[in-house]
Design a protein around this ligand. Structure first.
Ligand SMILES: [Zn+2]
Length: 401
């Protein structure tokens, strides 16, 4: 066997070094650690990478990181201290967009890197997060040659299939990552150009179902320099500030006289005086992919999900493994939902998978929809985008919309 000469060895070393330099995301100044999901090994490598998608967790680090890790729901996760976790290899498919479309192309997970940022769609992030994102995005843009206008927010690409409120496929299913459309925020994370309009709404493939969101993504809203401007005024309603969360218990209204009401306690929205401050409570729950995860405080079912709490299409997965519908929950249980409970609202129980009955037999084409939920015998909930019809274990319970 021929031995390598010194010059050849040096050449090989230089090539290897160059290769490492061009593919590594470990840039100077970035606090990055590998925290690979158990799903990482089985995920396929993407054929193309045309987008980088930014998300906000809408909840605290603790619950979000464990869920993102468990299900492989992002390539990267950035906490409040600016620490970056690698969850799914940057070249592999992470499940972060759900039902998605951009410029006529669907299933954006197959063409994008996903970054989860701990925070909320309408709140400023920490300076450590700004710094980390600036470095991380610079590396990813360079590695995958993604121009600034293809660094998008989840809310830009998510869309909803027709449902009881919208007869047509529609944009506005999620507000996730909305702040990353703001001109001031983009400049702080090193992004210049942003998409000027929604290509799928313009082409008529989707209808716009969230005016507020559209204004924040493409209209005048994105150019306002104040972040989280949270005072109610004549031009600024509770809806403008808190959106879907305006009537949730996690939103608190502090009136000019100091009195406070939770969103679910407001009876007449026209009677909220101007000058009222809208603040978010420490989250008692996190909602993701339609699943409500109950946090540490043990609120009542009504506080958590409002009027849906005792309906028979609401399902509670109690931490001791017991499943109950809203109607089956005892009054004592209604009053204090234990931390760790997972809740599905507005679902139909399709029954169990057996040798004779597949997921498709139970819910048809919805078997692989991200709104369909599977309770595996191991107690883990997986949505339709995460399961393989042939390998779903027997006895898995199917819930669909
Ligand atoms: Zn998202």
């Amino acid at each position: 066997m021929k031995t390598l000469r010194m010059a050849e060895i040096a050449h090989v070393a230089v090539v290897a070094l160059l290769l490492m330099m061009t593919v590594s995301d470990a840039a100077p100044g970035l606090n990055i650690t590998s925290y690979y999901s158990p799903k990482n090994a089985q995920r396929p490598v993407r054929d193309r990478t045309d987008y980088i998608i930014l998300h906000t967790t809408e909840g605290s680090k603790k619950g979000s990181l464990s869920k993102v890790y468990r299900n492989g729901e992002a390539n990267y996760f950035v906490d409040e201290q600016g620490r970056v976790y690698r969850i799914i290899d940057k070249r592999k498919v992470a499940l972060h967009c759900g039902t998605s479309m951009w410029n006529g192309r669907r299933n954006i997970d197959l063409f994008s890197v996903g970054i989860e940022v701990v925070g909320y769609h309408n709140k400023d992030i920490t300076s450590a997060q700004y710094r980390a994102l600036r470095i991380l995005l610079a590396e990813l843009k360079r590695i995958f040659r993604v121009p600034d206008e293809r660094v998008l927010t989840h809310s830009m690409v998510a869309y909803g299939e027709p449902n009881r409120w919208h007869r047509k496929p529609h944009r506005g299913r999620k507000r996730c990552g909305m702040l990353f459309a703001k001109t001031s925020v983009r400049s702080k994370i090193g992004l210049g150009k942003a998409p000027a309009y929604d290509p799928d709404v313009r082409a008529g493939r989707l209808v716009n179902a969230d005016e507020y969101l559209a204004n924040m993504l493409y209209g005048r809203g994105r150019d306002s320099t104040t972040m989280g401007k949270n005072i109610i005024s004549h031009g600024r309603s509770a809806w403008d500030i808190a959106g879907d969360d305006h009537d949730k218990p996690g939103t608190i209204y502090v009136f000019p006289d100091g009195r406070q009401l939770r969103g679910n306690e407001v009876a007449d929205w026209r009677k909220i005086p101007t000058g009222t401050k809208v603040v978010s409570a420490e989250p008692d729950m996190v909602e993701r992919d339609g699943i409500v995860l109950v946090g540490s405080t043990g609120c009542s079912a009504k506080e958590l999900i409002g009027k849906a709490c005792d309906r028979d299409d609401t399902y509670y997965f109690l931490p001791d493994g017991v499943l109950k519908s809203g109607r089956e929950l005892l009054p004592a249980e209604q009053n204090k939902i234990p931390p760790g409970t997972r809740i599905l609202v507005g679902y139909q129980l399709g029954g169990r998978i057996t040798n004779m009955k597949s997921a498709f037999d139970i819910c048809g084409a919805a078997w692989n929809a991200t709104t369909t939920q599977y309770m595996f015998p191991d107690g883990i909930l997986r949505h339709g985008g995460e399961v393989n019809e042939r390998t779903i274990p027997k006895n898995t319970l199917v819930f669909f919309k």
